[in-house]
Ligand binder design. Structure first.
Ligand code: NAD
Ligand code: TDX
Length: 332
């Protein structure tokens, strides 16, 4: 049995990963999470107590991180500010958590010789043209657009430098857009589902031709666990599940699946610098580690996600009003 430290384990994807590790391994998990507006302890409820410990703290707190890393066999790093729209309004917490937080963790794993898996995003590569047949690969050049993606790019580059110069045993993954249970209502899919549940019209940025490459959070978790267990140290792996869809298609699908008129949504002003298209080529992960996604049918996964939000209003309702007030200030 290994002792895993999971930073940001109360997040959407981090909590999914903790559930996945508890179900599929005998590892012990210590979660380190600051419980920002995006963190939610309720996302970890139902975990058997001896398997998961929770530490409330900041990944940029060097003393705390040193102590936790020293008593771990491996670290999986999810903690981050993750929302592009917030980063355009107020970038400072992104620099703190994503850059300083990753630096702090790297110094600790370097001191204690502990393996690190760094969880990152395909947004570090910028965007692709809508008509471009290409997809991102591990060799794509870094070209981030937003304060969020630039701080994630910065954190990836720190990990690469600490691996090369100091021999830190690190891997990196860059994944596409996740969906599934426990995602904050600020994000595209849960925002529209909970809008419909509240009788608010869904909101589409601009014309909605932007393409995202959707993957279920459970598939992201299984990929991260495989990279941690079998991935080659020093390597980057892209994670994706061939899920390209434009935003207009997704919003109309949500409305239809929820029994509404598919045209009953509003066009709102576009995001600044809005990336056009993300698309992942996951060949390396499949060929080297044999990873395959389990959720191959987006509509099936979306239907289950809609049901989850219907059944878990207690989980999302406390954040809904503040989120919509934020968007109202932006006119979105
Ligand atoms: P989220 O916004 O749901 O949660 C972020 C979590 O990090 C929260 O629990 C928050 O409390 C914690 N946190 C923030 N700053 C912290 C700090 N300084 N110290 C400790 N904890 C802190 O995030 P998410 O969408 O689940 O994303 C998790 C990770 O996965 C991020 O690193 C993100 O960049 C990456 N990622 C997300 C997606 C996606 O589609 N959401 C895709 C690819 C990669
Ligand atoms: O109300 C909305 N209407 C809308 O059209 C919202 C919230 C979003 N959008 C659009 C913007 C994007 O094209 O939907 C798309 C998805 O938006 P987000 O959910 O904000 O995700 P995105 O900006 O693509 O980034 C996500 O995927 C990569 C995560 O938030 C990042 O953390 C991850 O790195």
């Amino acid at each position: 049995m290994a002792r895993l430290l999971v930073t940001g384990g109360a997040s959407f994807i981090g909590s999914n990963f903790v559930h996945h590790v508890v179900a599929h391994t005998d590892h012990h998990v210590t979660v380190l999470d600051k419980l920002t507006y995006a963190g939610n302890r309720a996302s970890l409820s139902g975990q058997p107590e001896p398997r998961v410990d929770f530490v409330h703290g900041d990944v940029a707190d060097a003393d705390l991180v040193d102590q936790l890393v020293e008593s771990s066999d491996g670290v999986v790093h999810f903690a981050a500010e993750s929302h592009n729209d917030n980063s355009l309004e107020c970038p400072e917490p992104f620099v703190h958590s994503n850059v300083i937080g990753t630096f702090t963790l790297l110094e600790a794993v370097r001191r204690h010789g502990v393996r690190l898996h760094h969880v990152s995003t395909d947004e570090v590569y910028g965007d692709l043209a809508l008509e471009d047949p290409g997809r991102f690969t591990e060799c794509s050049p870094y070209n981030p657009s937003s304060p969020y993606s630039s701080t994630k790019a910065g954190s990836d580059l720190l990990v690469r430098a600490w691996a090369r110069s100091f021999g830190v045993a690190a891997t990196i993954s860059n994944c596409s857009n996740n969906y599934g249970p426990y995602q904050h209502v600020e994000k595209f899919i849960p925002r529209q589902i909970t809008n419909v549940l509240r009788g608010i019209r869904p909101k589409l940025y601009g014309e909605g031709r932007n393409v995202r490459d959707w993957i279920h959070a459970d598939d992201h978790s299984s990929a991260v666990l495989q990279i941690l267990e079998k991935g080659r140290v020093g390597e980057t792996y892209l994670i994706g599940a061939d899920g390209e869809k434009d935003n207009k298609t997704v919003i109309e699908l949500i409305l239809t699946m929820m029994g509404q008129d598919p045209a009953a949504y509003d066009h709102v002003p576009d995001r600044l610098g809005h990336d056009l298209r993300y698309a992942i080529d996951p060949t390396k992960l499949g060929d080297e580690l044999g990873w395959r996604p389990r959720y191959r049918d987006f509509e099936h996964g979306l239907a289950a996600t809609i049901e989850w939000y219907r059944d878990h209003e207690y989980w999302w309702a406390p954040a809904k009003d503040a989120t919509e007030a934020f968007y109202a200030r932006l006119g979105q």
